[in-house]
Design a protein around this ligand. Structure first.
Ligand code: ARG
Length: 354
């Protein structure tokens, strides 16, 4: 209770300060909150507080290179809904609003801080299956895919099967909901020069919507608060498709390119990586799906740093996450240190529900 009040107070001070509201109003609000906490053990944030808190949480996300746009976050307040079907519908609404036919809108949907939990890591993600001929699909999804199967879900056994939404309310068993396919925008990956590239049959979904983290604002933990931005190309091209414990595409791409994969000094991995990343960026661009390359993203992050300095705030950051995995030293981020101190509001990891 003491902790909640302290957290609430420090958040309310930031909120009123940054939005130029009067000291007097702030003190009225603070005593209201204190009263609520004393009598009920918690307090209800206004929609304005929640919305600003969600934006601050983005601004404080040390691992995120996309923070220039923190003020443009769309906040959808679904704290009042409880039934799993209504939650499912709200998630579809989120997917549709955020996807916006490719012109992606950074969005968060906030559910009741109690009694709602989404088991998925992202609202849209591909299943992963362990088979006797090796892994099919996304190896990072193997454990969660098993959970879905144990709950009765049957995948197609393909490389890109979209997992169902798994929604839990209170202490009820979780329920599965398939996402109708018209909600799922995907981009087939092709290459501007290599015609064989489409034979690899790669595709990826348009919008990364993280649903496993909690939003922490003013002492309240919103454990179900899925949020999204748009992709930076390297997330897909240098990690999801490239990591050897993910889709592991570099060896086959290098082979198609006719590179000498026997000698690491031929730099076959690097050359395959660059062409794969070109393919991802151009495919998204051609399909009108928002995406940013890592050079542009780094420049945008530089503007964010300048803006913050001008506002008299220091930028915290996690260097290892901010540097892009392709050509890191071509960006300014590589060449300076970042202070990884963690501020609140923020988005935090939480234990898996399964
Ligand atoms: N890296 C994750 C993925 O590849 C997505 C994380 C969030 N990314 C973002 N651009 N908002 O699916």
């Amino acid at each position: 209770m003491k902790v909640m009040l302290k957290e609430a107070e420090s958040f309310i001070r930031i909120f009123y300060g940054e939005t130029n509201q009067s000291e007097q109003e702030m003190h009225i609000r603070l005593s209201e909150i204190e009263q609520q906490i004393v009598t009920t053990g918690s307090y209800e944030q206004t929609i304005e507080e929640l919305a600003y808190g969600a934006k601050l949480a983005w601004r404080n996300s040390n691992k995120c290179i996309g923070r220039l746009f923190w003020q443009s976050l769309h906040v959808i307040d679904k704290r009042h809904i409880q039934a799993d079907v209504a939650i499912f519908e709200a998630l579809l609404e989120h997917i549709q609003f955020a996807t916006n036919e490719g012109r992606i809108r950074p969005t968060i949907t906030v559910f009741s801080p109690q009694n709602v939990r989404i088991w998925n890591h992202q609202l849209i993600r591909y299943a992963g299956y362990e088979t006797n001929v090796g892994t099919i699909g996304d190896p990072d999804s193997i454990a969660f895919t098993k959970v879905c199967q144990n709950l009765g879900w049957q995948g197609q056994g393909g490389n890109f099967d979209v997992l169902p939404l798994v929604i839990q309310t209170s202490n009820n068993p979780p329920k599965l909901f398939d996402i109708p396919k018209e909600y799922i925008l995907e981009v087939p990956i092709r290459h501007p020069e290599f015609e064989w590239f489409e034979d690899l049959q790669l595709k990826w979904y348009a919008v990364p919507m993280i649903s496993s983290m909690k939003l922490e604002v003013g002492g309240i933990s919103y454990v179900a608060a899925p949020f999204n931005g748009w992709y930076m190309g390297t997330e897909i091209g240098a990690r999801n498709f490239a990591d050897d414990d993910r889709y592991n595409m570099l060896p086959i791409i290098a082979e198609y390119m006719g590179l000498n994969t026997k000698s690491s000094a031929s730099l076959w991995k690097d050359r395959a990586l660059v062409e794969l990343n070109v393919a991802v960026l151009l495919s998204y661009k051609e399909d009108g799906v928002s995406i940013v390359d890592h050079h542009t993203a780094a420049q945008q992050f530089k503007r964010f740093e300048t803006n913050e300095a001008e506002a008299g705030r220091d930028v915290t950051g996690n260097w290892a996450w901010l540097v892009p995995p392709v050509s890191p030293a071509t960006t300014h981020i590589y060449h300076k240190p970042y202070n990884n101190e963690k501020k609140t509001p923020n988005y935090l990891y939480q234990p898996l529900p399964y």
